[in-house]
Design a protein. Sequence first.
Length: 250
Amino acid sequence: MTNTVLHVADVHKSFGGLRALSDVELEVEEGKVHAIIGPNGAGKSTLLNVCIGRIRPDRGHVIFNGETLDRHEPHEINQLGVSRVFQTPEIFPDLTLIENVMIPAFARRDGAFRLNAIMALSGEKEIRDEAEFVLEDIGLSARRHHEAGSLSRGDKRRLELAMCLIQKPKLLLLDEPTAGMARHDTNMTIELLQRIKARGMTKVIIEHDMHVVFSLADKISVLAQGSIIADGTPDEVRGNPKVKEAYLGE
Ligand code: ADP
Ligand code: MG
């Protein structure tokens, strides 16, 4: 029997007169990679923000591991085991890579990020060792003492992924993790995500690059103008005429 980790149930969200999400249903199974694809402005980032508590739906619910998240704050959802990579990297440019990776480990353990966490950074051997390991894993170890602001855009995105991995999330949400990356960086990221997949981490990945989607996804949901117009395995979705039509308008 499969276990549903994330259930988005009948979610609606409008911004003024604009319907960003209507009637959205999504079931993400444990250990699977679930891709959400769709044209620009389809509502993909809004859906991800609803899942992490940054945007409240007008109607409907988000259920994570059986728990309804209606009144949870984003940091509480994070502590329950949900981490996310945003479309624009959110890193600390003046801190070193290793410090950047250590901060989310404190946030997961001690609750909302505390300013004095930075003060504690040097003393925490266990978390520092973990951060070293994660940076090695992600291929940024050689630059661990560099300032994060000095990284290329692609490396900043990988650093943000490292900041999620150190939290050992039950569910990882990625908003276009390869956006702005050159092909070489994209391939490195795919390889990395495949390795994480082998460890059984459940993922929701929003992605524009079809090469990435078909390399990774077990299941695909297609969002267009705020509604899920198709879902299924990559082969099922690839052949769906409604999907081709939605992409023709791009
Ligand atoms: P996608 O990630 O699929 O490109 P988004 O979820 O970012 O799409 O946006 C869906 C629609 O909602 C777009 O028309 C966008 O302009 C609109 N939108 C997103 N966020 C806001 C906001 N905070 N206020 C008003 N409109 C928004
Ligand atoms: Mg988006």
